[in-house]
Ligand binder design. Sequence first.
Ligand SMILES: [Zn+2]
Length: 505
Amino acid sequence: MQMNPARLYARVLAGDPDDNGRFFFGVTTTGIYCLPSCKARKPRPENTRFFPTAEAARASGLRPCKKCHPDDFARGADPVLESIEQLVAEIRAAPANFPDARAVVRRSGFGPTRLFELLRQHFHSTPADLLLRARLARAREQLLTTDVPLADLAHDAGFRSLSVFHEHFRVTHGLTPLACRELRAADTFEVALPAGYPLAHLKRALGRDPLSLTERLDGDVYSTAVRLGPRQTPAVLRLHLAPERIHVSITTAAVANSPSPAPVAHAVVVGLLGLDQDAAGFARLARKLGFARLVAGREQLRIVQTPSVFDGLLWAIIGQQINLPFAFRLRRRLTELVSPPLADGLHAPPSPAAVAALSPDDLRPLQFSRAKAVTLIETARLVASGQLDLDALRAKSATRAERTLLALRGLGPWSVNYVMMRSLGFADCLPLGDTGVISGLRTLLDLETKPDRDAVRRLMEVFSPHRSLATAHLWQLNQPAPPSVESAFEVHASTKPPQTPSAAP
Ligand SMILES: [Zn+2]
């Protein structure tokens, strides 16, 4: 980075964490040096010096700031993040050890305000929400792997009463605990939708890709080919979409004595419908902020999750820097090349192993740019070889998941946040540079000019920790109401600007 003092001083005022590592700044009056994102009081320009590295700052006699820990950052160490990750791991391993959010605060060693801020920043969550999700995950696992009676199982997960357990489980999983247990021997199941679920928006999102070989929307029937379980067995899920209940049937190559695919299929359907997203929480926040219009007519809107993280990653790479119709064509050609058809003419989604086995010369005739082909294949090789465990990213902190994805060659901040929102289910993502978000904000706030990146970041701050859902609603704001042929994601992706330089492969 050019050490242009005026420009760098503007970056210090912006306090953008994306600048961390690009430069360090020192304050001559206090004798300390900081990360660009430091929250301490901003120095005056005449007292500010800039350094390319932490070593350079130390060499000029400055000490590391105790607030932003630039030396830890430069070393790659992050002790505060590590202690938060450790705390969350303890909660998930034994949620019953934490009777309530106060117990989480006590165990953390941080004050309540600081802990709230750290969990919001690193896990996009609150102590109470993390605790509830850990209890539900524990209970689901026990339901599917043991015959422990419901009351004992609820108690083991830390629920205060069976009815509280029952209610939360039903809302986030779309079925009762007993129906969940029955998934072990099922090949069909039903999922209940919450009142007011905007089915028309869901159908628009599911039917957005007319060229897709892996999914098809035909009236009220949505079929999608997926890969299920540790063996990635191809299967077709067929969803009968109705206002209150979704009926799901599973077709898979039957293997004698193999466990039922229904529990994994159910998890995919919960993600697809976004049942575990806090739509009501976001709608309450929007109304409280005076933005009732942002959620009007779609308070229960969810972000459709891709069937696998690899699907989302493929999609983000293919869709980078090209318009949407062309992206649909590329995806179709890739699927045709690496995935044979299953039942009904649907193809299984491309597997990491099959994409990893390609060479860029296989993709060039399909009109993939060389850079895009290389990024796709290199990423697939990391996944196929086990060096990149995409499913493990769901359990990590958002900060760690973001860093892991940003480190992949050819993936920039927009694509990374897109994958985090649409495939990893993180609640507080902001795809900076997204034109759908920018035009949505202009409409919502009656802005006369286009907000720049720092303005977008500042304006979106009020929606934290729900910025993913805020993004989904902003995408809808300049759309006609469904049903229509276009989807929000479609317009959003086709008008997206060139990626930031780091994303340009
Ligand atoms: Zn500092």
